[in-house]
Design a binder for this molecule. Sequence first.
Ligand code: TTP
Ligand code: MN
Ligand code: MN
Ligand code: MN
Length: 354
Amino acid sequence: VYGTSSTPLLTVSQYACKRRTTTVNNNKILTDALEVLAESYEFKEIPGRCLAFRRASSVLKSLPWAVRCLRDTEGLPCLGEHSKAVMEKSLSFGNALFTSVFGVGPKTAEKWYRGGLRSFSDVLAAPGIHLNRMQQSGFLHYGDISRAVSKAEARALGNLIDEAVRAVTPDAVLALTGGFRRGKEFGHDVDFIVTTREPGKEEKLLTGIIERLKQQGLLLYCEYNASTFDMVKLPSHQFEAMDHFAKCFLIVRLEGGRVEGGLHGAEGDGRGWRAVRVDLVSPPMDRYAFALLGWTGSRFERDLRRFARAERRMLLDNHTLYDKTKKEFLAATTEKDIFAHLGLEYIEPWQRNA
Ligand code: TTP
Ligand code: MN
Ligand code: MN
Ligand code: MN
């Protein structure tokens, strides 16, 4: 039990899946600083530190109040010495600018930064720097895709994708996932799950959607990853962000720059369109609930896996749930089934912003 004179009494679980985290982040400056470091340790392949900073950030996100000094954090779980030191200093990294470009990871950013590059024009003017196709589109559409996507723009994109989905497979299933499913007002991209009721046709559906968007002239960039999904494989013991479903990472042209509720639309430049990052994933129908839960995302989902393993001897990932005691896979057609298998109270998507 936690409480000081200035804050309400509150018990904070060490598990994000036992906390209710809304989109209201009262500690954004601190969580941003912690997440920059988490990412940097992820790149340096020091998973312990990466995880420690991520968990600290996640705990701060769940607080219904703002931390003003370290004393405010007494009694909270997951805040180690290092996290407290970061919080105190609120450090920032110079290479953060480069990782904001689509296609530029921490490794490349660090390399450029170490090589003395400090701005985009430095990078674009530097001799001997080869940009891959993804990075080229990242720079080309930088202004648009670094500008937040509004809920209204996400809805407009949903209509556009829905139209393409119906044209390929009229009775296909399409669902919004990612941050917008968690009720966020703004996002860096829009994520969708698409699948077919008829098994084995889901990958064709995805390539069909891509083909259609291309024909409509709406596809500014497309990276397509074919399915490598294999049912006999157990969920990984390690932290694995990626899954094996067919998916694509797109940059889509959204017409009508001034969607109502849009952050800026295309105001000023009079183009009447903007570029938006879109992710589509296409699992087979019997994997739908697991994929939806996984892609709804945030730290919440990571902790759900950790909870499953540590507290239930079960393995959870984007594909499946496996009970190590019973030595069997547990079927689920909805997210509620998965929570029930784990013996957890169901938590709504908008309460999963850990
Ligand atoms: P993101 O789109 O990166 O994050 P977000 O939607 O929560 O927030 P925003 O876009 O506003 O920044 O990822 C959504 C979830 O999808 C995330 O939990 C990770 C998951 N995901 C997978 O499970 N497998 C994948 O291959 C990819 C790319 C993402
Ligand atoms: Mn997203
Ligand atoms: Mn993101
Ligand atoms: Mn995404």
